[in-house]
Design a protein around this ligand. Structure first.
Ligand code: C2O
Ligand code: CU
Length: 483
């Protein structure tokens, strides 16, 4: 029935229906910088996601807007935010990618008591690293994030690189009904056991985009954040040569984007794009991740005047952040296998078992069905999570370098996220990565082996999970203890 739902919606009508440029909504959503106490209020609201002639969409939002306010700080600032819950259910706020003290991590029951309806909670912690981050609930995330609870968190470098515009695009993917209302079917087994809740309407900064105005000669720092429950983006910038300067907020050796930018849920990238089209020209940004369902995300539209005649001559490499470099020669190694989901048994059999009892993938078809019915569809090292409080799957000696050798024994891609740390992605299928990028969420293809390395320097119990929120809810989650 999901399939029918997809095709019954004329997503092109949505895409074509919207007007106006994004620049205005970006500016409107931007809060002012500073270190004073601020407030986030999760509550129901109405948002004009699709635009005329569609009605506004009933959403859950922070401070009445989707995305929530763009929180901007300087590296080294202290974030102090009171969250006042005006939803009718419990919530928390998780500050995705920030290396913060465990008690501020926003994981219900594990690091804090959930914030009940009408209650408030004060988050307060230092921001050690610059970069592009985001915030979202860690409570019933599939539904709470899926209904619009998320926002960008931008931490500026002490001396930001010189650009003409610093732009944030928060990407989301909604499953809407024909009257542009959120489809209520959260957490169904079909989504949970396949690709997750893929929607039918893609927004940038809470609006189906049409055009983004640029000027010849303009240099834009584009901060991309994937806030979708499940959609993976594969962005192609025809006619332009974006330079990648950061992944998941962390600086990387600047390098030209090859083909397309793949961003799984929760992942971010910072691009520097020199706008070198001619005045009046129009270029299309395409999302081609799901090959046969490529679509036009937005057009870059050059207005009539040039900002400058040639490329801006200014450096754009970002200064390093503060995480310690892993010491690979003295690293402790841990095997991690991701298992389950539709067709997972077949792949586990082929790939040879994993770590949950040798080659015994054969919980048998009977128990597979059992798992489906109980909603425990995915496993990490043989264990399907049922909530956030669980026996740690790994206990890591504090201060040591650890390598997680991860194997995706499933038929689906998974963006795997570790809380409280950034890690270097050191190899994929035994081949060393070119940029040894720091990430906090790494996208693994089906059957792929990925090694990550990090110094476990942040004590506490940290969630480790797939950021396809329906996979997370259906078991693909564990706790890693650093002590
Ligand atoms: Cu973005 Cu565990 O979360
Ligand atoms: Cu997953």
């Amino acid at each position: 029935m999901r399939r029918e739902l997809h095709t019954s919606i004329d997503r092109r009508a949505f895409l074509v229906g919207a007007t106006g440029t994004l620049a205005a909504s970006v500016l409107a959503a931007r809060a002012t910088a500073g270190t004073t106490k601020r407030r986030l209020v999760p509550a129901e609201a109405y948002a004009g996601l699709v635009g005329d002639p569609y009605p506004k969409t009933r959403v859950w939002s922070y401070n009445g807007i989707v995305p929530g306010p763009e929180l901007r700080f300087r590296q080294g600032d202290r974030l102090t935010i009171e969250v006042e819950n005006r939803l009718s259910q419990e919530t928390t706020v998780h500050w995705h990618g920030i290396r913060l003290p465990n008690a501020m991590d926003g994981v219900p029951h594990l690091t804090q008591k959930p914030i009940g309806p009408g209650e408030a909670f004060l988050y307060s912690f230092d921001l050690p690293d610059a970069g592009t981050y985001w915030y979202h609930p860690h409570m019933l995330s599939s539904e709470q994030v899926g209904r619009g609870l998320y926002g960008p968190l931008i931490i500026e470098e002490a001396e930001p690189i010189k650009v003409d515009r610093d732009v944030t695009w928060v990407l989301d993917d909604w499953r809407l009904t024909k009257s542009a209302q959120i489809d209520d079917g959260f957490g169904n087994t079909m989504d949970a056991s396949h690709a997750g809740r893929i929607g039918n309407t893609v927004t940038i900064n809470g609006r189906v985009p049409d055009a983004f105005s640029v000027r010849h000669g303009e240099r834009i720092r584009l901060r991309l954040i994937n806030a979708a429950n499940a959609r993976i983006f594969g962005l192609e910038f025809a006619g332009h040569e974006p330079i990648v300067i950061a992944y998941d907020g962390q600086p990387v050796d600047p390098h030209p984007l090859q083909n397309r930018l793949e961003l799984g849920p929760a992942m971010r990238a910072d691009l520097v794009i020199d706008m070198l089209g001619k005045p009046g020209e129009r270029f299309t940004v395409i999302d081609s991740f799901y090959r046969r369902q490529a679509y036009r995300l937005v057009d870059l539209v050059y207005d009539g005047t040039a900002l400058r005649e040639s490329r801006l001559d200014a450096p754009f490499a970002l200064p390093a952040n503060t995480m310690p470099e892993p010491d690979l020669t003295n690293a402790l190694r841990h095997e991690v296998a991701f298992q389950g989901g539709m067709m997972g048994m077949m792949i586990e059999r082929e790939m040879g078992g994993g770590t949950d009892g040798g080659t015994d993938t054969g919980r048998g078809m009977g128990s597979m069905m059992g798992m489906m019915h109980s909603g425990r569809i995915w496993r990490i090292n043989g264990v399907a999570a049922e909530g956030h409080v669980m026996k740690p799957m790994l206990t890591l000696a504090r201060g040591r370098t650890h390598v997680l050798a991860m194997t995706n024994m499933t038929a689906w891609p998974h963006p795997i996220h570790l809380h409280g740390h950034s890690f270097r992605v050191i190899s994929r299928n035994k081949v060393k990565t070119t940029h040894r990028e720091w990430q906090d969420t790494v996208l693994m293809s089906p059957r792929e082996r990925v090694e990550i390395a990090f110094v476990a320097d942040n004590p506490g119990d940290w969630m480790f999970h797939c950021h396809i929120l329906e996979h997370q809810a259906a078991g693909m989650m564990g706790v890693i203890r650093v002590q």
